[in-house]
Design a protein around this ligand. Structure first.
Ligand code: ADP
Length: 348
């Protein structure tokens, strides 16, 4: 291989998501097609600073499209948040003849990519997170697989919940975004959903869920599923809930266990909390995640080949597009009001 052959690197950063491997494969194969030498960076930005590189040829990315996780490993790197860390990363890129870097991750990873872009390395972000909480894109890699896992798990819980005439209170991922919770509550036929975006609205708070369960009981329903988003129920994020009718819970941190206790007390339905946790991040990527990861990985390399930098790949209304990273980071994503209405009108 000639000394002058330009190199494109690829790394995975932040939380892992099913479909990252499919994106790595697409980046590597497209880059090779366009005449680049392809290099994988192990352990995200930390590996870039430490010079942990592996050459990636066509066959090195065989047999990974169907695998969850990331073959490159992922990490969080404090050092890369400072200019000195970014300078070290830039120096390693130059040493390697790396003109471009594809960063598979979330908003935090894109901030790092933008900083490195401003130092002259062509960085392109590809949105990978199961939470679907990246505002510039309708879809993030990993979201579909994670939701399918939730649906499969809740269907299983539903069987036992029905047999015992209980209420299953299920905490799903979505750190500060209720997209997984809302979609899965519709898909699982849940009676209630609690998401951070709506929790302070009295029509959608815990008392509203209790009222729904009690109404459903009057209509003959004997078992219930309530989906709680991580941003509401996770012990690390849970807060006392404002305006609860039962003052004995006032000031108490309302995590998923406490929510189950409240529901049991006010509905009489024996309630059990289940926290699905990291199982949602794993598993074979779904068809959708494999296809979107392939499209986005392909587009990222096309952008580098066209001389672009500081861009993030996105999917908007069925098309693959791209945005300036800084512009994209300013956008805010909202929950689908239409889907919330569907949930509200069908869950009783
Ligand atoms: P995600 O990419 O999933 O949002 P993080 O927020 O943990 O995950 O970010 C992943 C990594 O991106 C961090 O460990 C850090 O190396 C880098 N990063 C995050 N924020 C910044 C920032 N403001 N500037 C530079 N790099 C950042």
């Amino acid at each position: 291989m000639s000394e002058e052959q330009k190199v494109i690197g690829v790394l995975t950063s932040g939380g892992d998501a099913p479909g990252m491997n499919a994106a790595i494969r697409a980046v590597v194969r497209t880059g090779i097609q366009r005449g680049y030498k392809m290099v994988g960076v192990i352990h995200g930005y930390q590996g870039l600073i430490d010079g942990e590189f592996i050459d990636l040829g066509i066959r090195d990315v065989s047999d990974i499209i169907q695998r969850g996780g990331t073959m490159l490993g992922t990490a969080r790197c404090k050092e890369f948040r400072d200019d000195a860390g970014i300078e070290k990363g830039k120096a390693k890129c130059i040493e390697k003849n790396m003109v471009g870097l594809v960063v598979l991750g979330g908003d935090g990873s894109f901030r790092g990519a933008s900083d490195l872009s401003r130092k002259g390395i062509q960085c392109i972000g590809v949105p990978c997170t199961i939470d679907n909480d990246i505002a510039c894109t309708d879809y993030t890699i990993g979201y579909d697989t994670a939701m399918n896992t939730v649906v499969e798990m809740v269907d299983k819980l539903r069987d036992t919940t029905m047999s015992h005439e209980r209420c299953a209170v299920v905490e799903v991922m979505g750190r500060h975004a209720g997209h997984i919770a809302l979609n899965c509550s519709v898909a699982c036929g849940a009676t209630g959903v609690l998401i951070e975006e709506k929790i302070e609205d009295e029509r959608n708070n815990l008392d509203a869920v209790v009222a729904k369960i009690n109404k459903a009981k009057e209509n003959g329903k004997r078992f219930f599923v309530v989906i709680v988003a991580e941003g509401v129920g996770n012990t690390a994020f849970a807060k006392p809930m404002k305006g609860l009718k039962d003052a004995s819970f006032e000031g108490r941190k309302m995590d998923t266990e406490a929510i189950a206790e409240y529901i049991e007390k006010h509905t009489g339905a024996e309630s059990r909390a289940t926290i699905l946790g990291h199982v949602q991040r794993g598993g074979r990527p779904s068809l959708r995640d494999r296809v979107v990861a392939s499209e986005m990985g392909h587009h990222a390399v096309e952008l580098i080949a066209a001389g672009k930098s500081d861009r993030v790949v996105a999917r908007k209304e069925g098309k693959i597009v791209d945005y300036d990273i800084q512009e994209a980071l300013k956008l805010e994503k909202t929950i689908s009001a239409d889907l919330y209405q569907v949930m509200d009108d069908t869950s009783f």
